[in-house]
Design a protein around this ligand. Sequence first.
Ligand SMILES: Nc1ncnc2c1ncn2[C@@H]1O[C@H](COP(=O)(O)OP(=O)(O)OP(=O)(O)O)[C@@H](O)[C@H]1O
Ligand SMILES: [Mg+2]
Length: 333
Amino acid sequence: MSLKPSSIVQHLDRFVIGQDDAKVTVAVAVYLHFRKIAHARRDDLPITKSNVLLIGPTGTGKTLLCETLARLLSVPFVTAEATALAQSRYVNEEIEAILQRLVDKAEGDIARAQNGIVFIDEIDKLKATDREPRSVSGESVQHALLKIMEGSPVKLRDATYIDTTNILFICGGAFIGLDEIMSQSNSYGYISTSEGDNKKIMERLNARIKPTDLFTFGLIPEFTGRLPVVARFQELDRDMLVRIMTEPSDCLYTQFREIFSGEGVELTIEPRVFEQISELAMEYKTGARSLRGIFEELITPILYAVPDNPDIRKVRIASLFNDPVVVRGERGA
Ligand SMILES: Nc1ncnc2c1ncn2[C@@H]1O[C@H](COP(=O)(O)OP(=O)(O)OP(=O)(O)O)[C@@H](O)[C@H]1O
Ligand SMILES: [Mg+2]
């Protein structure tokens, strides 16, 4: 398999807006993963595995990026929620079930499953301090996970074993409060501010999430140690939100234009409307998550009216706060 990091990024770009640094980090990790698989087949120098941790605010594309990646890659890929693990009283059985799903995805081919990718979402919910009665504590889930991330044989339901050594683990979480922890932890000073490059390197180092920050947050050191690669997702700005609604091939605008065109109606929404929706969404602070809700609120009354009015041919929306302009006429005219 000769998937270049840049081709992975190009594919991600079609569905995930922005988050360029995270895309590059993930693409390189996946690329290394495949190189490693190729090397293992040829039996020469092994490359050590670099599991990945995705950190960023809610609704900024972490899960979307992994799902998009899964569709691109030809290796078996499964996702799991850390919260479900923490709520279960039998963590090891749950973990087995995840690996079993990976084997199922590989159509029973254990060797393929052993090179697969497992995405564990909501990993920040495993904070060592969050303890719920009658459930396994986050910390013991971390211990259970770190065993398989490290690589160990796990017995499956039909008594076969799967070796997790070469499985790539991607963990994701919002890590609310990590920024404050980072701003309190020591940062590097500039050695020489006159040199632009030097300043850039220092800024990069300071923007890095240190294992100690994750430790303060509530991940145990052994666990953070197994996640050497950290990719940060940024808050989405207004322009990115506009692009999310209008650019990807499966974006909201395209989806609804198709629904309307199925009724023989041409839907046009002016760029200004998408800006207004984005501004509202930014106030809700749930990233791109609130876009659909606001958009549907706008479109619902029109969708309600269209089937009752077969003479409507065009609907044009110019502002979130004005009624849409409706053009009527003969169908197909
Ligand atoms: N960068 C992005 N590009 C395109 N769409 C996005 C992006 N970020 C979010 N979205 C949209 O918002 C939805 C929610 O995003 P996603 O599930 O990836 O959030 P998340 O970062 O995993 O958040 P959480 O931490 O709450 O799990 C996606 O299904 C997608 O429609
Ligand atoms: Mg998510």
